[in-house]
Design a protein around this ligand. Structure first.
Ligand SMILES: [Zn+2]
Length: 246
């Protein structure tokens, strides 16, 4: 077994025995991995603080050849996100990000842009105050794109007709907008306002559009729509979803 290095975000950490900890890590190099840190709970262990939930760390791991847990041999803190300790809304949003990465991605399926987006989101959640829902929406749109579920927004998901934002609906089953002519046949549709349609397009394209002053109605609709879409795709409602504001 060769030792490999990676940059990792801790998305789940469970104490396993008196001295060990099992962690789910989302790494830039390998995607999701599950590792055992022996001695990970020992006082003053070099693991102790690095393997806390929502910490970025550099790790050294020994990969298991088939099944089982990888073995973590080193972990050092690279970055923490102090605002998460003082802003409860931002903390819940951070837990939500961790939940989606831990439960909705495959082992060893790397997506470096998704890793970078998660770390950027954790850094920016809660600043400025009130922007957490929008920052989260940006993260979700990058996640959806990376996992192959980018919403279809430019054309009707049923007939392919180009749409201009007026009188649209969104279907979670189709993963996109439905034009007015096709709406009667789409039972899972929900209305989609032109302003929120525009926000979805802009937030997906631009990394800093979440900082704009989007109206509360748009923010609320975005939160609802993305929550429903993620719930549909995951096959269950994320545990943290009810704790997210708009
Ligand atoms: Zn149509």
């Amino acid at each position: 077994m060769a030792a490999e290095k990676a940059l990792a975000l801790v998305v789940r950490a469970t104490d396993w025995s008196e001295s060990s900890r099992i962690c789910t890590l989302w790494t830039r190099e390998f995607g999701k991995i599950r590792g055992l840190a022996k001695g990970g709970r020992r006082l003053k262990s070099r693991f102790e603080v690095a393997l806390d939930l929502l910490t970025t760390c550099s790790i050294v791991l020994l990969r298991k050849s088939s099944g089982g847990l990888d073995l973590l041999t080193e972990a050092q803190v690279v970055e923490r996100f102090p605002r998460l300790r003082t802003d409860l809304t931002a903390l819940y949003a951070g837990y939500y990000i961790a939940e989606l990465l831990a439960d909705w991605t495959e082992d060893y399926d790397p997506h470096p842009p998704l890793f970078d987006e998660a770390v950027a989101a954790l850094r920016e959640l809660g600043a400025p105050p009130g922007s957490t829902g929008l920052r989260l929406a940006r993260f979700e749109l990058v996640l959806l794109r990376e996992l192959g579920y980018q919403p279809v927004l430019e054309a009707c998901a049923v007939c392919g007709a180009e749409v201009d934002g007026s009188r649209l609906a969104f279907s979670v089953a189709l993963g996109g907008v439905v034009c007015v002519a096709c709406q009667p046949g789409q039972r899972d549709r929900r209305p989609l306002s032109a302003a929120t349609w525009q926000a979805l397009r802009v937030l997906g394209e631009s990394g800093d559009a979440w900082q704009r002053d989007w109206p509360p109605a748009v923010r609320g609709e975005l939160r609802q729509l993305l929550g429903q879409y993620v719930t549909y795709l995951m096959g269950r409602r994320p545990r943290l979803l009810p704790y997210l504001g708009s």
